[in-house]
Design a protein around this ligand. Sequence first.
Ligand code: AMP
Ligand code: ZN
Length: 138
Amino acid sequence: MSKDDCIFCKIANGEIPSATVYEDSICRVILDVNPANKGHALVIPKEHYDNIYSMDADTASKIFTIATEVAKAQKAELNPDGLNIVQNNGEVAGQTVFHFHMHVIPRYKGDNVNIKWLPEKPDSDELDALSKALRKRI
Ligand code: AMP
Ligand code: ZN
């Protein structure tokens, strides 16, 4: 999809109206139209990044800083019991809008949100080898 057809480019830059809870020169925070829970917000950069892999460190820091502010506002307003920050990259990971965004999802006891996986049990040699390989790349 080209940036011209990208719905989050249009929303982030104010060409399509949205339930905006915060805006500055870098990003807009909106309420999700189909929320997982009451207060589910999306932090969307105004610049188009398909996903996390193309995002620069400054924008990433800004996005996370704003997500922490959103979390605190949700806490003050909605008094949730917990919170998930979710950020999907690629279809296999559940990404449906291919303009980077960070979900800030308040959690309430007994809600219907399910973010769970079956834990694997790698041996310590495998963890060791992989940590060394990744360490070289950071
Ligand atoms: P993801 O699956 O991580 O790509 O998340 C996309 C999210 O965007 C979903 O939670 C949708 O409900 C939400 N969404 C899609 N279109 C809109 C829109 N026009 N306004 C607000 N949220 C939207
Ligand atoms: Zn876009």
